[in-house]
Write a protein that binds this ligand. Structure first.
Ligand code: DGY
Length: 322
């Protein structure tokens, strides 16, 4: 009998993909760095029983309505705003993501970005490499304290809670805003629920971890940045389109807020001529929230397992919406 056909949209380590080869014919896009062109993705989807996709691949109605054999899309990310999960469900296609395995790694990154922005780590590293360090001086690259300050976490899911845990180790006061109350974070970490407005007014560090949905798109704009303290630092490890970037640029230029640490952008990859990247008080990194070798390996293994389970009629975990 003909084996089912799996298309993987980036080159992944062969030893990980091997797990799938017992049950399927597997083809991978041949580059790790360059995204599969849209027309190739559409052609492959039209033949595939399963797709292993990246968050940069658009799995939309056009793709889903021309994929007659498709049974599963396993997305290598916890976020899934790149996938039209409603059309997928209507077409009987299962969609999975990679929750849990990336929680701590992404929280580590969010907290590193907060520390790096507050303590001007990137500016300091640049300063020394450019040979500008001529003498020690009292306020040289002085940043702002993190310990004993107030953190406001917008999006208190598993990653938010893991960030709160790190913040509690820094003796921070923890505020949060979320669709629903997180009672575990309240009882175990002393996190306090706030309206978005209250959180923005009171926090020294605002950490955005929301997924991108119709409700969260453009959640942070001019009005929200104006509500923040002038000393506030804004961190985004959620999704870029949650922020109106022109308004963030203005807020930073006007001194409405002090700095921003950004892992995600409206358009990815962001152009290196983007006005945000001209500001010294912005620490920008290329969407590497879950990018540790250990975690990315686990995420790939989980995607392969989900596909294998689906193709062999076993129960599939982490089906969306979850
Ligand atoms: C994801 O997996 O959705 C996150 O953006 C991690 O980087």
């Amino acid at each position: 009998m003909k084996k089912p056909y799996v298309f993987i949209t980036r080159k992944l380590p062969t030893q990980i993909v091997q797990a799938l080869e017992d049950v399927a014919e597997v083809k991978m896009w041949d580059s790790e760095e360059v995204q599969v062109p849209r027309e190739v993705l559409l052609e492959e989807a039209a033949k595939a029983d399963a797709l292993l996709t990246m968050l940069s691949d658009k799995v939309d109605e056009q793709l889903l309505s021309n994929a007659p054999n498709l049974k599963i899309v396993a997305n290598l990310a916890v976020g899934y705003d790149n996938i039209d999960i409603y059309t997928a469900a209507n077409n009987g296609v299962v969609v999975t993501n990679t929750p849990d395995v990336l929680t701590d790694t992404t929280a580590d990154l969010a907290f590193s970005l907060l520390l790096a922005t507050a303590r001007r780590i990137v500016e300091g590293a640049q300063y020394i490499k450019e040979g500008k360090w001529n003498s020690w001086s009292p306020f040289l690259l002085a940043g702002t304290d993190v310990h004993h300050k107030t953190i406001g976490i917008v999006g208190m899911g598993k990653i938010g809670q893991a960030v709160a845990k790190r913040a509690s180790g820094f003796d921070m006061e923890i505020l949060y805003h979320n669709r629903s109350r997180n009672t575990e974070a309240e009882t175990e970490l002393g996190a306090v629920y706030q309206s978005l407005e209250e959180l923005l007014k009171k926090s020294d560090y605002i950490v955005c971890l929301t997924p991108l949905t119709e409700e969260t798109k453009h959640l942070f704009g001019k009005e929200q940045f104006k509500m923040m303290k002038n000393s506030a630092i804004f961190i985004n490890v959620g999704r870029g389109q949650v922020v109106v970037e022109e308004d963030l640029v203005e807020a930073l230029k006007n001194g409405d807020i002090t700095g921003a640490g950004l892992d995600v952008f409206y358009q990815e990859p962001i152009s290196n001529s983007h006005p945000l990247l001209e500001l010294p008080q912005v620490v920008a990194i290329p969407h590497i929230g879950s990018a540790s070798v250990e975690t990315r390996t686990e995420m790939m293994e989980l995607c392969c397992k989900n596909i294998k389970d689906k193709l062999t009629g076993k129960e599939v975990k982490s089906i969306l919406p979850n």
